[in-house]
Design a protein around this ligand. Structure first.
Ligand code: GNR
Ligand code: NI
Length: 171
C-alpha cells in the first residue's frame, strides 16, 4: 500500500467534475486501498479521489470511532437518490483545507446508490454523521468544497485564516 499526496485548496483539480469509473477492476481496488491508507494516516473520516489528484468518482469513508472496529466503506460512481427534507447542522473540516472548520447545514439523511469494492450495486441509507460524510465526499466529486456552502463573509474569513496559517507555517 502507498500513502498518496494530498492536494489542497485552491488546486484546480478540486474544482473539476470527476469522471465516472467504467469498471471496478484490480487497478481501481488497488487505488481504493491506497486511498483508505492515506485517509487513516491523515486521520480523516472520508477521502475523495480528487483530493489525491485523481479525477475519478471514487470515495472511501470510515466513521468508526477510535478504539472501535474499523468499518471502511468504498463508493464507486455514487449517486444520491433521496434526501430528507429535515436538515441538520454539523461542524465540518476538510483535509484539503487544513486546520479550518465551519458549520454546514445539509439534509439529515440521504439514500446513496453506488458500486462497492467488488463492483456490485449497493444502496445505503445514511443518517447521522455518516450522512454528513457521504454528502461532503460526494460534493468533492462535483468540484464542491464545504466552504462553498458558507456565506461569502464566512468563507472569506475562513480563507484568510488559512492564508495566515500557511504564512506562519512557512516561517
Ligand atoms: O476528516 C474529515 N472530517 C470531517 C468532519 C466533518 C465533516 C466532514 C469531514 S470529511 C474530512 C475528510 C475530508 O476532507 N474528506 O473529503
Ligand atoms: Ni473534504
Amino acid at each position: 500500500m502507498t500513502k498518496l499526496k494530498l492536494y489542497e485548496y485552491p488546486h484546480p483539480i478540486l474544482k473539476k467534475i470527476a469522471e465516472k469509473v467504467t469498471v471496478v477492476d484490480d487497478q481501481i481496488r488497488q487505488f481504493m486501498d491506497d486511498m483508505l491508507e492515506t485517509m487513516y494516516v491523515e486521520s480523516g473520516v472520508g477521502l475523495a479521489a480528487p483530493q489525491v489528484g485523481v479525477s475519478k468518482r471514487i470515495v472511501v469513508i470510515d466513521v468508526a470511532m477510535e478504539g472501535e472496529k474499523p468499518n471502511p466503506l468504498y463508493f464507486v460512481n455514487p449517486e444520491i437518490v433521496w434526501r430528507s427534507d429535515e436538515t441538520e447542522v454539523c461542524e465540518e473540516g476538510c483535509l484539503s483545507i487544513p486546520e479550518q472548520r465551519a458549520e454546514v447545514e445539509r439534509p439529515a439523511s440521504v439514500k446513496v446508490k453506488y458500486l462497492d469494492y467488488n463492483g456490485k450495486e449497493q444502496e445505503l441509507l445514511a443518517e447521522g454523521f455518516l450522512a454528513v460524510a457521504v454528502q461532503h465526499e460526494l460534493d468533492h466529486l462535483d468540484g464542491i468544497l464545504y466552504i462553498d456552502h458558507l456565506s461569502r463573509l464566512k468563507r472569506q474569513m475562513l480563507l484568510k485564516k488559512l492564508e495566515k496559517l500557511r504564512k506562519f507555517n512557512k516561517e
